[in-house]
Write a protein that binds this ligand. Sequence first.
Ligand code: BJW
Length: 241
Amino acid sequence: MSVEPCSHLRETSRGVSFSGAGLSAPSGVATFRDKMEGHWAKHDPMQLASPQGFARDPQLVMDWYAMRRLQMGQSSPNDGHRSLAARSNWVHITQNTDDLLERAGATDVLHLHGHINRDRCHGRCGWSEAIDLTDPPPLRSCPACGEYKVRPDVVWFGEMLPDDVWSRAVAAIEQADTLIVVGTSALVQPAASLIGLANRRGAAIHIVNTEPGAADDLAHHLHVGSAHEVLPQLLSEGLGG
Ligand code: BJW
């Protein structure tokens, strides 16, 4: 597979990336909606990633997060993360809760769905802490308020995205002249609506994915292939900012 670097990608300083689980898949992190290996092929998303599911069976939810945390603790950034991170003046909007973009050197990363390497009080008393992905904590009560359980600092179905992160993501999209959408099914709202916003604002939209996706009609350029192979070629590492 060969991908021609586009001249506007070499030149732009108003580039934005928007990523999903497929960006981290070549690092060994499972996606959600892969028909065979995705989390939702094996588990009910509303049981594992909703406040109602956590209320029903918090142990089950924390066991699933412990499994994912251990998986992420063993993973490293791939060439897709590195080629995005090399665009030091781009804004990187991600739905991923891992820190692989940061570990690849990216500085301006907006995590729409939170951080799996943090815990917080489910009751939002204000307590939160960084956790060690290689030694995930068990189910516990909040050490500050004692009233609620501790949970991963991520966004579940039916929960609002963090206001400040969402506002910054919208602002970045409104300024962007180029958007690279990589490794997302574009099925989850409101995150996926950013692609439509970029399209309406006139940004050039590139989609990088191994499979067709819900936002393909909005793309000006479709690049079929794995993120860790396509992105380095598309962005021609070392060229431009
Ligand atoms: C590769 C590859 C390789 C593979 N290279 N590519 C409007 C209409 C209908 C519903 C809603 C709506 N607005 C809101 C909703 C409800 C809901 C929603 O969107 N549901 C839809 C599924 C129908 N949204 C919400 O609830 C959101 N909150 C919200 O809207 O608040 C307002 C509100 C409040 C109260 C009531 C109602 C609304 C919150 C969404 C939270 C999502 N949380 C999760 C899990 C938690 C995080 C964690 O634990 O990690 O976030 S779900 C999961 O999906 C995760 C992801 O970030 C997210 C997106 O998935 P992603 O990244 O796209 O992964 P996949 O697996 O879907 O796709 C992988 C892609 O990669 C595929 O395309 C592959 O082909 C590709 N790929 N290998 C390149 N090597």
